[in-house]
Ligand binder design. Structure first.
Ligand code: HEM
Length: 144
């Protein structure tokens, strides 16, 4: 049976959280972040600009990698947003140094993350806070 996952309402999650809540809470906690990553990773796997890098395409072109990758990116994002420590994967240098990611490759992923948060109704405050975190990893990810 094929089911389309309903999108998480991240606008409502942000509205419901107190102003001084952590970014993790304002993004809807584990359920909000996992729901967003579910959609993000499908979009990244289909994104032509992201897949222009052959080493990236070797991974993102194989649907068998989707579930594990969603798990790792969800756990990483939970920690990066100030939630509980739960990420079991490699650090950002070790995860990417064999991929020769250039500035355009990073920008393509950055743009897709930003667009997905926008698509899901994440308010400007939470979207720009999360995008600042993503931008701060550019020097660790870009090696070409
Ligand atoms: C700040 C931005 C980024 C974050 C937070 C991020 C996050 C992650 C995480 C959590 C993993 C799993 C690490 C592991 O296997 O232990 C990973 C792997 C990977 N990332 Fe990223 N990533 C970023 C940028 C990028 C960019 C710009 C690209 C491509 C243009 C990319 C492509 C990949 C690929 C292909 C893998 C799998 C590598 C492999 O297992 O051989 N990532 N990333």
């Amino acid at each position: 049976m094929t089911q389309t996952a309903p999108e998480p309402d991240l606008h409502e999650a942000a509205e419901a959280a107190p102003d001084d809540a952590s970014l993790f809470e304002r993004l809807g906690g584990v359920y909000g972040i996992a729901g967003a990553v579910d959609i993000l990773v499908d979009r990244l796997f289909d994104n032509v600009a992201v897949n222009a890098n052959p080493a990236v395409h070797a991974h993102h072109g194989d649907r068998a990698n989707a579930a594990g990758y969603k798990f790792l990116v969800t756990a990483w994002s939970i920690e990066a947003a100030g939630g509980p420590r739960c990420y079991p994967g490699r650090d950002m240098v070790a995860a990417h140094d064999h991929l020769a990611i250039d500035r355009a490759g990073f920008d393509a992923v950055y743009t897709e993350i930003d667009a997905t948060l926008n698509f899901l109704g994440v308010p400007d405050r939470e979207r720009s806070e999360f995008m600042r975190v993503i931008e701060s990893y550019r020097p660790e990810v870009v090696t070409a």
